[in-house]
Design a protein around this ligand. Structure first.
Ligand SMILES: Cc1ncc(COP(=O)(O)O)c(C=O)c1O
Length: 314
């Protein structure tokens, strides 16, 4: 991967060329892994790289791993320290994306979760934008259903379940859309292929609850707090019907990769007036200030990589 020189592998920082697994690996063959996606933002004025909510991300990773009966000797704080070491070794002075992976590390045959050793790796790469469509995405409703919690835990970031996301994403793009919304087994809107969703109806922001087979997004949690506490916008977590999306005034996707991306069209119907909505613009701009450390009260969410004695954020 271009721009990546090191990895956290088998408990230490090693050159990326040494961080390899076998074609016999359990996780590669059966999808028995959990992963994360963490961003760090370069603040050029302060010459500082800020990791966004790393402890929250590592806590979710450890929880997703626990669902797969994995256990590790590290806490979320320990993993944050290892990530600081990794990013310092890379020396990035630009935005970057981090990929931690907790995986079943057996070279052999046998579909199970017990009696298989666990490993955890991390690597990072420079990363600017995820979706190039600044003008607003056009989405459709996928013919696929979101993976159900009673089949594969939906609230965790389980590698095998991303076959579901990949089917949803490719069918959307190959049909001429930018993204897809996916319904859960109950027929309610759950999320996009790899992002949570918010819609605005009658001035209130709605998002599906965490019991709707959504991934428990860190960005989702962040956005709910920013809207409620700072922007004075009411947020309600409840089931959302398909036809509510057609009638929404605004809609946006959110996630670590996508950040906040406006959706302006669904199946050739404009959302609201088909342009970037006011609430979406406000929360996107405010979140951007938060990510780069420009909002004092949320500096506690940021862990600086190049501080002399880095303090691990919440
Ligand atoms: C399926 C899915 N939903 C939602 C999200 C957003 O989660 P987060 O905000 O923690 O990145 C992701 C992120 O990668 C995802 O893969």
């Amino acid at each position: 991967m271009s721009g990546t020189r090191f990895a956290f592998f088998k408990g230490g920082i090693v050159p990326i060329e040494q961080a390899n697994i076998s074609i016999m690996n359990h996780a590669l063959n059966y999808g028995t892994a959990a992963f994360g996606g963490i961003r760090a933002y370069w603040n050029a004025d302060e010459e500082q790289l800020f990791i966004f909510r790393p402890v929250e991300h590592f806590t979710r990773l450890l929880q997703s791993a626990a669902l797969l009966r994995m256990s590790f000797p590290w806490t979320a704080q320990d993993l944050t320290q290892h990530l600081i070491e990794l990013l310092r070794a890379e020396g990035y002075r630009e935005n970057c994306y981090v990929r931690p992976l907790a995986y079943k590390d057996l070279n052999g045959i046998g579909v199970r979760l017990h009696d298989v050793p666990d490993s955890l790796s991390m690597w990072a790469m420079p990363f600017a934008k995820y979706i190039e469509n600044d003008g607003g995405a056009h989405v459709h409703f996928s013919a696929w259903r979101r993976v159900d919690d009673n089949a594969i835990p939906a609230r965790g970031k389980i590698a095998g379940s991303y076959v579901n996301s990949a089917l949803i994403k490719s069918d959307a793009v190959l049909s001429g859309y930018d993204e897809a919304l996916v319904l859960n087994q109950d027929g309610h809107v759950s999320e996009a292929s790899a992002a949570n969703i918010f819609v605005v109806r009658n001035g209130t922001v709605l998002t599906p609850p965490v019991t709707s087979n959504v991934l428990e997004g860190i960005t989702r949690r962040t956005i709910i707090q920013l809207l409620r506490d700072d922007l004075g916008v009411e947020v309600v977590e409840r089931d959302i019907d398909r036809t509510e999306v057609y009638l929404a005034e605004e809609m946006f996707l959110c996630g670590t990769g996508v950040q906040i991306a406006a959706v302006t069209k669904v199946e050739h119907r404009p959302i609201g007036d088909g342009a970037l909505g006011e609430i979406t613009r406000r929360v996107r701009d405010y979140q951007n200030d938060v990510l780069y450390g420009r909002v004092a009260k949320y500096r506690e969410w940021l862990t600086p990589v190049y501080a002399e004695t880095p303090e691990v954020a919440r």
